[in-house]
Design a protein around this ligand. Structure first.
Ligand SMILES: *Cc1c(COP(=O)(O)O)cnc(C)c1O
Length: 391
């Protein structure tokens, strides 16, 4: 293979040509069960009929105009997203990192509007917010930052799921204007906070006039068993960022605002050439409607429960497996050792999975998966883990 690609990825030597539902096929016609969805992107499975129809319909109409003009598909999608989230306003981007950039800019502008000259944003240990300069600076992983110093300033780090630590920052730092966190940490290892955590963070934000900014780029779009993971708690954020599954493979992201975050951006403060184009916004409408019409949040809850119950039974006598946890179909399996090799072993068992944080198997299967397919997924994974332990 000649290679003129920048060496940013250590790709596995397999290339997929075609997909349908929960399956993909490689160049030699081998079928694989996709339990990763391109990292929670193809939540509706591959070539979902309603999404494919939306793509072809809009491709035959118009792809791009400009944000100089009104874009009707943007307004319709914004209405849909606000209806499902309880948020009030939407800015459209092309990716997750760009959605978070919008959130970070919004928080700084909010701070300056309160006459805080050096606004700071609290971010969490083990977080992941993207690969642009501001979002990698917000990310709580040295590997993502190393070599790219000087980092963007204005971030304060706190331990995740630790209300006392957040309160201590509130007591000592007058420059904080916002807290940005993932309701479930994805890249950080499927870390699920205690049930009262989000409500307690919300309370500290209210007491200190901070914005609560939730990064649901991975946990959103019904994956957690609710359209948005924050809906498991009785709260609403000020800022919500989404991307990944919003387009089921078509690049589109969004930064949503409500309450005191709504109205912060004024004309000229932010923008994007591609962001919110008629094509992406039409496809995303079909995605949101399909998720809600098929009640995939409920299926994520049921299949998530089925999957972890079965895995806990079947993996009970493997000591290397230390914990199995989930929120809907965000599933993490911790091992007592690094297990990156498992990705290749699972591939031999015709299963697509991922390992994150070194020792956590991450499963992000399509939300359309049925009961039988869930057992099939689990059995392929169990065989892969058994082989890994024996090797
Ligand atoms: C994937 C991800 C991002 C970055 O999204 P990109 O589209 O890759 O820029 C940000 N935050 C979280 C939680 C993610 O999972």
């Amino acid at each position: 293979m000649t290679n003129h690609l920048m060496t940013t990825y250590l790709s596995l030597p397999v290339s997929f040509e075609r997909g349908e539902g929960i399956y993909v096929w490689d160049e030699d016609g081998n079928q694989y069960l996709d339990a990763l969805c391109g990292i929670s992107v193809t939540n509706l499975g591959h070539t979902h009929p309603q999404v494919t129809a939306a793509i072809t319909e809009q491709a035959g109409r118009i792809l791009h105009t400009s944000n100089i003009y009104h874009i009707k598909n943007q307004s319709i999608l914004a209405d849909l997203l606000c209806e499902h989230s309880g948020m009030q306003q939407v800015f459209f981007s092309n990716s997750g990192a760009e959605a978070n950039e919008a959130a970070i800019k919004l928080a700084r502008l909010f701070g300056h509007q309160q006459e805080i000259d050096k606004p700071e944003i609290v971010v969490m240990q083990n977080s992941f917010h993207g690969r642009t300069m501001a979002t990698l600076s917000a990310t709580g992983n040295r590997k993502v930052q190393a070599g790219f110093e000087p980092l963007v300033s204005g971030f304060v780090r706190a331990p995740y799921n630790d209300i006392a630590a957040l309160q201590a920052i509130a007591d000592n730092n007058r420059n904080v204007v916002a807290v940005m966190l993932e309701p479930v940490q994805g890249e950080g290892g499927i870390n699920i906070p205690d049930p009262g955590y989000l409500a307690a963070v919300r309370k500290i934000c209210d007491q200190n006039n901070w914005l609560l900014m939730l990064d649901e780029i991975q946990s959103g779009m019904a994956r957690s068993g609710k359209m948005f993971a924050f809906q498991h708690a009785d709260i609403i954020p000020d800022v919500l960022t989404i991307a990944k599954a919003l387009g089921n493979g078509i690049p589109v992201g969004a930064c949503l605002a409500s309450g005191k975050a709504a109205g912060v951006f004024k004309p000229g403060n932010h923008g994007s050439t591609f962001g919110g184009n008629p094509f992406a916004c039409y496809v995303a409408q079909a995605v949101v409607r399909s998720i809600s019409e098929q009640d995939l949040a409920a299926n994520a809850t049921a299949r998530g429960e089925q999957l972890v119950t079965y895995l806990r039974q079947q993996l009970a006598d493997i000591d290397a497996v230390t914990e199995i946890r989930n929120l809907g179909l965000l599933v993490g399996i911790s091992l007592d050792r690094n297990c990156g090799e498992l990705v290749g072993i699972a591939l031999e068992h015709k299963l697509l999975i991922n390992v994150t944080a070194g020792n956590v198997i991450r499963l992000l299967p399509p939300l359309i998966i049925d009961e039988q397919q869930t057992l099939d997924l689990a059995d392929r994974l169990i065989r892969s883990i058994q082989q890994f332990i024996q090797d």
